[in-house]
Design a protein around this ligand. Structure first.
Ligand code: SF4
Length: 872
């Protein structure tokens, strides 16, 4: 075995590449080195001579330990494991259905792969707790059956059954030598393999580190020793916030020269912040961001929530599906249909029946048909056929380059599963096959990587992953996130064993991972002409510079420099970066100007109250808003800013509940109103309640049906009985009334409550129940929530204002709380102060001339907080 050690100012690829037909091998997590060496080799190779090959260590092992059996990967391995698990084992492992096996399968394979790589036998792992012992026994038992099953079927899973009995270098004969590019960490399995390879074919290992740091006979890296003096320029910085760090790193970078490196780049959201036109970075997305997934997810949610047996679609899920542009295009549904669905939901409908769709929303009948077809799927081949028929012309996305390809790959994988007959019966896997299979497919494909379609051409900036970055020389490197928990990162493998048990068993533990991170970090810095390193320091978030950066600081007596960009510059600098607008000096640094702010509140004007003359109808609810805040009143009732659509609660809404009770009460009193008897027997009330609840079934979520049947119905019956029979009820005497009015609209048109210069206020409202007999009146308002006695005073004022001139009657006012089944009676004198109070408020509002915040405004729940200057 030949070793070659490079100084940090030498280029690995120049030292490694030759024109000879060599096999070049990189570490698995440094496959980025393959391209540069391939390019160098091509330049050196004689025309028509045999070319070299390029691969990482994992691929080399696949080649050297190749077997005749069919190699199973991913889904297929999970299926075999699932088939092998007994019910008892599933319950002990917490695997309830097939979907739970995926995570377990990945961990199981990783665990045994690691044992194989570190040549550790499970029986040699000691010091386990009882539960670990039990779990390990279960794994071992499962592994035995797994191996047997694969052998039986002539399959193999190379990552856990790699065996030196299969070692062969026959396919390597065509290469002159094996060249390992700066692979400094080998597992025991790899060391053994290297020694065997070296007997068959010359092996050369090129390492960029001091010779004394590597024990050649043991192929063991002992840790990097740093040079006495730092070879290039090096600055270090501490910053308080991540965004602030990112901006400074961009500001430090020289366009098309510098490279920014960060550990754990996939854990950052930089790709979402930085423009792909300007900043080059590895950008991958997950399949769940593309249209195909979102379309299928919407279908799944609709299918799961809709009572299709009753030919109904769940409206919240339908609304969510139709909110997606591609979903509407797929089913040729207009935007107006979405608005119609929103209207239904606002009216408290929860389901849409097919009849209702036929008469009011014909466009969505195609969605009904699609779901009915989907519901018929019974097995995976049926689902695959269904998915294969989807119109990718509508569902493919211009934002991704391989979403359709990944989708069809997944279908092929699932088809192969079926062809290999690895699954005994899909119906055993799920109780509702269509729903379960679609869910399985979504889970299978959800996290597959897809590539965003990026603009072509060289970008000004480049951000890469530090640990896997190509190991080249750089003129200028900027390392960010050199903070604790990032560099070094403590991310460990916590499956079954503790860190200590891993160490005692000979498995890799934290220290080994730190040595690798330390080498990669220092190598990138030592090989660059200039380097800047940034880390976060923020007490509140418990962030400090990481151990490697502190080591650098102490070793070379460095001080943290002040970052050039301050937090005040950030908004402007973001704008500059995203728009590519740079200042002549200072890169993306902004020129900040303070814009004067116009603090004036909107003025109250007569045009704000359109309509006949300057008339304005004031309901109790408008009064309540005005009383709370003039600006809120302006937004809600003058500008009429629509309420943000928050979907619908699955439970029956208080509005629907209240409305059902009104209708029930009206129905019970209908005959009585027209001169008949008032029948408030339990049978009568029960019949009415059941009929009306049936009429409201589209407003009740079917998933709550047992609750409605067992709880709500009886509550309503009892509440209505109480309403008619309670001694507190004005109806308890069952006396005859001259007038019974339900949901009566009242307005005092013709007699304004208050006349002012810009506007005349009239009162208006709707009274739930009004009973009159001689000179007595009874006003009852049904309530499902809180009661404000002012509402009754408001109605009294309204009724008196609307009364025939000279008419005089005594009014008793009640709330009836439906849920608590009790009457709340307003005291007669409460009405005396109210007219004056209302008048004063309206006068203050008009005379102020502006829509301001009131001194007592309650802002906490205000839906206009985001646009209101009065609150921050
Ligand atoms: S947030 Fe407060 S001040 Fe602003 S509109 Fe709402 S209630 Fe009025």
């Amino acid at each position: 075995m030949e070793f070659k050690y490079l100084d940090f100012d030498e280029d690995i690829f120049t030292a490694a590449a030759s024109g000879e037909p060599n096999l070049y091998v990189t570490a698995d997590d440094c496959s980025s080195n393959l391209n540069p060496v391939r390019k160098k080799h091509r330049k050196l190779k004689e025309p028509l001579s045999r070319a070299g090959e390029f691969m990482n260590l994992k691929r080399l092992k696949d080649v050297v330990f190749a077997r005749d059996e069919i190699v199973l990967r991913e889904e297929k391995l999970s299926v075999v494991l699932f088939e092998l698990l007994t019910e008892k084992e599933k319950s002990r492992l917490g695997i309830e259905n097939y979907n739970d096996i995926i995570e377990f399968s990945a961990r199981f394979h990783r665990f045994y792969h690691e044992l194989n790589e570190y040549q550790v036998e499970a029986v040699d792992i000691t010091g386990l707790d009882a539960w670990q012992e039990q779990r390990l026994n279960l794994f071992e038992n499962l592994l035995g059956r797994y191996e047997e099953k694969l052998q039986e079927e002539s399959y193999t899973s190379p990552i856990i059954f790699r065996d030196f009995a299969n070692f062969s270098t026959a396919v390597l004969d065509e290469f002159k030598r094996l060249v390992f590019l700066n692979v400094i960490f080998f597992t025991p399995f790899e060391k053994k393999m290297l020694k065997k390879l070296d007997k068959e074919i010359p092996v050369k290992i090129i390492l960029q580190l001091p010779e004394e740091d590597f024990e050649e006979d043991k192929l063991h890296f002992q840790g990097l020793s740093l040079p006495e003096t730092w070879p290039g320029r090096l600055n270090i910085y501490k910053l308080a916030e991540d965004n602030y760090q990112l901006i400074n790193s961009l500001n430090l970078s020289k366009p098309q020269i510098s490279e920014i490196l960060s550990p754990a780049l996939e854990d950052t959201d930089y790709d979402g912040i930085l423009s792909p036109e300007i900043v080059e970075m590895e950008r991958t997305d997950e399949f769940n961001s593309c249209r195909i997934y979102r379309f299928l997810e919407a279908l799944y949610e609709l299918l799961a929530a809709s009572p299709l047996a009753e030919k109904r679609l769940s409206l919240p899920e339908l609304f969510s599906a139709l909110s997606r542009d591609h979903f509407r295009r797929y089913f040729a549904v207009s935007y107006a249909a979405l608005e119609k669905v929103r209207e239904f939901i606002r009216e408290d409908f929860v389901n849409l029946s097919k009849e209702m769709a036929r008469s009011e929303l014909e466009e969505v009948l195609s969605v009904f048909e699609e779901l009915e077809e989907l519901k018929e799927l019974e097995n995976m081949p049926m689902l695959v056929d269904y998915l294969d028929e989807l119109d990718m012309g509508i569902l493919s996305s211009p934002y991704f380059s391989n979403d359709v390809e990944q989708f069809y790959d997944a279908l092929l994988e699932l088809t192969a599963l079926e062809d290999m007959q690895l699954v005994s019966s899909w119906t055993d896997y799920y109780t509702d096959p269509a729903l379960g299979l679609l869910d399985r497919f979504l889970q299978y494909i959800e996290f597959k990587s897809i590539k965003p379609a990026l603009p072509e051409g060289k970008k000004e900036m480049n951000i890469g992953e530090l640990l896997g970055a190509v190991q080249k020389h750089r003129e200028h490197v900027v390392v960010i996130n050199a903070s604790q928990n990032w560099l070094p990162s403590p991310r460990g493998r916590d499956f079954l064993l503790t860190e200590n048990q891993r160490r005692q068993s000979g498995l890799p533990w934290g220290e080994k991972s730190r040595a690798k991170q330390r080498y990669r970090f220092f190598r990138h810095l030592l090989t660059a002409d200039e380097a800047d390193v940034l880390a976060l320091e923020n007490e509140e978030e418990n962030l400090t510079p990481g151990a490697f950066l502190e080591e650098l600081k102490l070793e070379y007596d460095l001080e943290y420099a002040d970052p050039a960009v301050t937090s005040a510059d950030i908004p402007q600098i973001y704008e500059n970066i995203l728009s590519g607008k740079k200042q002549e000096k200072g890169g993306f640094l902004p020129e900040i100007e303070n814009q004067p702010q116009n603090e004036k509140e909107p003025s109250l004007m007569a045009q704000d109250f359109p309509g006949r003359g300057r008339d304005y109808n004031l309901s109790f609810y408008k009064y309540k808003t005005l009383k709370n805040c003039f600006f809120q009143f302006f937004c809600q009732h003058i500008l009429k800013i629509p309420e943000e659509f928050a979907g619908v609660d699955v439970e029956i809404s208080p509005k629907t509940y209240g409305s059902m009770v009104h209708i029930m009460a009206e129905e019970i009193m209908r005959e009585w109103k027209s001169g008949g008897e008032l029948d408030v027997s339990e049978d009568k009330i029960r019949m009415v309640v059941e009929d009306i609840m049936d009429d409201f079934s589209l407003k009740m979520d079917h998933r709550f049906q047992p609750y409605y049947d067992k709880v709500v119905r009886d509550d309503l019956i009892e509440s209505l009985q109480e309403f008619f029979n309670s001694p507190e009820s004005p109806l308890a005497e069952k006396e005859e009334f001259d007038q019974v009015e339900i949901e009566r609209s009242v307005s005092d048109k013709g007699r304004p409550f208050l006349e002012t210069e810009p506007v005349n206020f009239y009162l208006s409202g709707r009274v739930d129940l009004l009973l009159r007999k001689d000179d007595r009146g009874f006003l009852i308002d049904f309530k499902t929530g809180g009661c404000e006695l002012e509402q009754l005073d408001f109605y009294e004022l309204l009724l008196k204002g609307a009364a025939v001139p000279g008419e005089n009657f005594m009014l008793e006012k009640y709330f009836y709380q439906i849920v608590d089944r009790r009457f709340i009676k307003a005291q007669p004198k409460s009405r005396d102060e109210f007219p004056q109070k209302l008048q004063q408020l309206l006068q203050k509002f008009v005379s102020g001339g502006e829509y301001t915040k009131n001194q007592t405004s309650q802002c906490y729940d205000c839906r206009y907080r985001n646009i209101c200057r009065a609150v921050s």
